[in-house]
Design a protein around this ligand. Structure first.
Ligand code: PEP
Ligand code: MN
Length: 338
């Protein structure tokens, strides 16, 4: 349930209400809104508890949260969550652009990619150091060496580093180097991993599982939020369907649909969503048009020789053109983009 505190509630009053909620055996998540503070009291809901909270003098009203996801729901927090890390801003009318290779392959490759995407105006650098590959014989990533190269690329460019973490025991290591922790599509329902990144105080980019419903997607985000990490970025990256002309099917209606239900920012990954480089620029523009809060795009200095996902990777020139086109769409709709 949502405990809406009276306007101007002091820190002391908030502490007192948190204790009250916890005494009832519920978990308290304090959400400071622009208008007033609310406490999401999460746990099994029973009428008596609601009554006992509603009678406190600090409380304006107590409302049930109808959605199965509680902290992620717009019922709990109507205003959009904006994630800011270094110069990258995602949400609240600002479209954050993240780009870079599928995988970190070498120092020269990641530096060249970082410089190119920065020159095109992006503020986030993507690049996998730990790669979830379908085949165990495919390139698995440079692991910690890759993380070090990403950190060096950040030092050289100032870009925020977005990179994937695949297992709970690697969260600490990846968080040492990354600005944003990416949870890959295959791990969307790895609940121990979600809880582990929920304990970190760094933003998490959560990709939708290729066969996950939106409710499952939001409940996965809830696992992270429930651990106290409020900075979750949702990413639509395409789902598996009967269709085979593209690698996945990229459902852009997800974006406005999610915006109706959650305050969390929603970004789109047209690279994995299509699997075909020529389709990426138009789908980037389309994602901006439907209100995406950001894009994550694969860009490789020389896609032909990429060790992974070369077919869906843009050249630096194609990315620069894509940025320019997305900016035009963003301008027309009153969003800012960088
Ligand atoms: C990636 O971003 O390179 C990746 C593996 O993406 P996904 O988890 O969406 O397949
Ligand atoms: Mn990839």
């Amino acid at each position: 349930m949502i405990v809406v505190l009276k306007r101007g509630a002091t820190a002391d009053m908030i502490r007192k209400m948190v204790a009250r909620v916890e005494d009832l055996g519920l978990k308290a998540h304090v959400i400071e809104g622009t208008e007033r503070t609310v406490i999401a009291a999460v746990g099994e809901e029973r009428d008596k508890r609601e009554e006992s909270l509603a009678s406190c003098e600090e409380v304006e009203q107590v409302l049930p949260i109808l959605a199965p996801y509680k902290i992620a729901s717009k019922e709990t927090k109507p205003e959009p969550t904006v994630v800011r890390v270094r110069d990258l801003t995602i949400g609240g009318g600002h479209i954050g652009m993240i780009a870079g290779p599928c995988a970190v392959e070498s120092e020269a490759q990641i530096l060249e990619a970082a410089r190119a995407v920065k020159a095109a105006g992006a503020k986030g650098l993507r690049g996998g150091a730990f790669k979830p590959r379908t085949s165990p014989y495919a390139f698995q990533g440079l692991k910690e060496e890759g993380l070090k190269l990403l950190a060096a690329a950040r030092d050289a460019t100032g870009l925020a580093v977005v990179t994937e973490v695949m297992t709970p025991h690697l969260v600490e290591l990846v968080a040492k180097y990354a600005d944003v922790l990416q949870i890959g599509a295959r791990n969307m329902q790895n609940y121990h991993l979600l809880q582990a990144v929920g304990e970190v105080r760094k933003p998490v980019l959560l990709k939708r599982g290729p066969s996950a419903t939106i409710e499952e997607f939001l409940l996965a985000a809830e696992y992270i939020l429930d651990q106290g990490n409020q900075e979750v970025i949702l990413c639509e990256r395409g789902v598996r369907t009967f269709e085979s002309h593209t690698r996945f099917t990229l459902p852009l209606a997800t974006v406005p649909y999610l915006h109706e239900r959650t305050h969390l920012p929603v970004i789109v990954d047209p690279s994995h969503g299509t699997g075909i480089a020529s389709l990426v620029p138009p789908m980037c523009a389309a994602a901006v048009a439907v209100g995406a809060d950001g894009l994550i795009v694969e860009v490789h200095p020389d896609p032909k020789v990429a060790l992974s996902d070369g077919k869906q990777s843009l050249t630096p020139d194609a990315f620069a053109e894509t940025m320019a086109q997305c900016k035009r769409v963003a301008d027309a709709l009153g969003y800012t983009l960088s």
